[in-house]
Design a protein around this ligand. Structure first.
Ligand SMILES: *[C@@H]1O[C@H](CO)[C@@H](O)[C@H](O)[C@H]1NC(C)=O
Length: 406
């Protein structure tokens, strides 16, 4: 049913291609499928805009259609036991590998945070369910997929706090024992906005002197890491790229903090920063933090800082729990082994690369895998009819890294 529905929409998308046609770079793989997929997303986005304009439903409520359409019933199969639990008030889906117990051998654990711009997505979406099963069985890991509350109903810091509570609940000695998890082999991982939450929670956890358990690894898959400069070379180069155009990313950012449209417009103009943020600009100064090949042919100009009545909404923007790239080196130094995936055709490319640079300079062991033909969200596209070879490749490489490093 689900597949049929998506297929029909894809077809519809292809047919309407003429009105939203956008050239896709030649080197990208499976271009026609990507164009059709993008068309579907764009059409839905236009529909959502129209709906909001007519006062029917808010933009994000319409965009949630994708999340609902892709939801599956998470149930156990012969390889993986699946249960829905509540960890300190937050719902989680727990995947346990089949070969449990027997010899009581301790297992790895991955706490996984789904993407969707803090506003969309769910642990129960087919691609996330599939990914969790693959991690559980291939890594013999307990996977905790977190159903954190979403914006704009729940603004920052609620999604972060939900994740934080889950992590702290899970790493208690008796809970780890209950799941037969090795306290020395726990990772947090997430894609896109989930990568943002993973990076943020890792920083908070490693700074906490009370915390006995340290993370073994963090995995950030095309993560969102900063809201200070929304005009980096990758934002400029990829503002109309498939799946995540700049307008959508900025919409996600602004709605994470506020429903106020004025914030969205300020962020689109990159003039949303407070004067007091000037001291933080060095952490996102891409003329220093990006390798030359990624910053050419753009010329650096720092984002404009202004005094405005939006200030109270903007205070959160510079909070490292929202923009982990703004944490000082003294915090980065504490972080565990890190895997960062970036894609060339992604507005968020430079967020990831700048974090790689800063982590390396702080002495953290970082593996950076850059996909020269990759697009944002590709790891979600692993199921028919929106199945991309590159999504499978990314998944395999990611799991392989965890196998070696967790
Ligand atoms: C960014 O770095 C360049 C090169 O070092 C420097 O000229 C510029 O002042 C820096 N900008 C900010 C805002 O730190």
């Amino acid at each position: 049913m689900r597949s049929k529905g998506i297929f029909l929409l894809l077809l519809l998308g292809t047919l309407t291609a003429y009105y939203v046609y956008l050239p896709i770079p030649d080197e990208m793989e499976e271009r026609w499928k990507l164009m059709a997929t993008d068309c579907f997303f764009r059409s839905l986005s236009h529909l959502a805009d129209l709906s909001e304009l007519l006062g029917l439903k808010d933009y994000m409520e319409i965009m949630m259609f994708i999340t609902f359409a892709e939801e599956v019933v998470t149930e156990s199969d012969e390889h993986v036991r699946v249960t829905v639990e509540v960890f300190d008030g937050v719902e989680v889906v727990v995947y346990e590998p089949g070969q449990q117990g027997g010899d009581g051998e301790l297992r790895r654990a991955v706490i996984y945070l789904h993407g969707g711009g803090w506003c969309l997505g769910s642990a129960r979406m087919g691609p996330y369910d599939l990914l969790a099963r693959q991690m559980a069985s291939k890594l013999n890991a307990v996977v905790v997929s977190v159903e954190y509350r979403r914006a704009p109903e729940h603004h920052f810091p609620v999604p972060f706090e939900d994740v934080n509570r889950v992590v702290r609940h899970f790493i208690q000695a008796q809970v780890l024992a209950q799941y037969t998890v090795d306290p020395g082999r726990i990772a947090v991982a997430g894609d896109s906005a989930g990568g943002n939450l993973a990076a943020a929670v890792a920083q908070q956890l490693e700074q906490d002197p009370e915390q006995q358990v340290a993370l073994k690894a963090q995995v950030l898959l095309y993560p969102v890491l900063q809201a200070l400069d929304l005009n980096t070379p990758s934002y400029q180069q990829n503002q109309d790229m498939p799946i995540l155009p700049k307008t959508l990313m900025v919409r996600f950012w602004s709605q994470y903090f506020s429903r106020d449209k004025a914030l969205f417009h300020a962020m689109m103009a990159n003039s949303h920063n407070k004067l007091e943020s000037a001291g933080l600009m060095k952490y996102v100064n891409w003329s220093v933090l990006l390798p030359e090949s990624f910053r050419e042919p753009y010329t650096y100009s720092a984002p404009v800082a202004e005094t405005s009545d939006l200030s109270h909404k903007m205070a959160a923007i510079t909070d490292p729990r929202a923009s982990p790239l703004l944490a000082p080196d003294s915090v980065l130094r504490l972080l565990p082994k890190t895997y960062v995936l970036t894609c060339e055709y992604d507005v968020l490319r430079d967020d990831g690369i700048m974090y790689v640079t800063r982590l390396q300079r702080a002495g953290v062991d970082v593996t950076h895998q850059h996909y020269a033909t990759g697009f944002h969200g590709a790891m979600l596209f692993t199921l028919w009819p929106t199945e991309f070879e590159i999504g499978h490749r990314m998944t395999d490489n990611y799991i392989h890294w965890l196998k070696e490093n967790l």
